[in-house]
Design a protein around this ligand. Structure first.
Ligand code: AMP
Length: 170
């Protein structure tokens, strides 16, 4: 498994090789522009295909093998104890980038007030009721958090630094 040998398309976006930390023949793993929790990364098919249901068997196997390996690495690297892996397959399932990608999120006890709030966060729901602490910190009891506003867009340098660190682990 090599990391970051070339740039790849992610739907309409270009993912620079500096943001890619692992690569297999049919898939690549890269850091997130707006992570929901520390270590929230993405694994995508190299072929630009919107729907998971349209991937070939080889692409599915390659994608999930890489997702499994990436999950192992980010869980350890971010001192987590569990993982959320999710695909939003199609626009009406919340997909915002029309290119198959697995979300991989390291999880810790109490990182979300309610465990399933993670799916609202992934779905980029604009508001969620957080009656305690949130994964992003802040938020007093009963305070409404604007997840999108809280998720800061990172700079290319920040993303490259994280990818460089993760690439050493593959
Ligand atoms: P979804 O809504 O399931 O399609 O998820 C899209 C994911 O892609 C979100 O986690 C975004 O933060 C992430 N994202 C969007 N644009 C980029 C980009 N240029 N580089 C890295 N991650 C991105």
């Amino acid at each position: 498994m090599a990391s970051g040998t070339k740039d790849y398309s992610f739907g309409p976006h270009l993912i620079r090789r500096t943001e890619i930390f692992a690569e297999t023949p049919l898939s690549f793993a890269f850091v997130n522009l707006k992570p929901v929790v520390p270590g929230h990364v993405l694994v995508s098919s190299k072929r630009v295909e919107p729907r998971f249901t349209s991937l070939s068997g080889d692409e599915v196997a390659d994608l999930w093998n890489l997702a499994q390996e990436v999950g192992r690495v980010v869980e350890k690297q971010y001192s987590a104890s569990s993982l959320t892996l999710a695909i939003q397959d199609g626009q009406h399932a919340g997909q915002s980038v029309p290119h198959v990608h697995v979300h991989i999120l390291p999880r810790r006890p109490g990182d979300f007030e309610k465990n399933d709030d993670v799916y609202d966060a992934i779905d980029d729901a604009s508001k969620v009721l957080a009656s305690g602490r949130s994964a992003r910190g802040g938020g007093g009891p009963g305070e409404k958090l604007d997840l999108d506003a809280e998720r800061r867009i990172r700079t290319p340098d920040e993303m490259a630094a994280e990818a460089a660190e993760l690439s050493l682990l593959f």
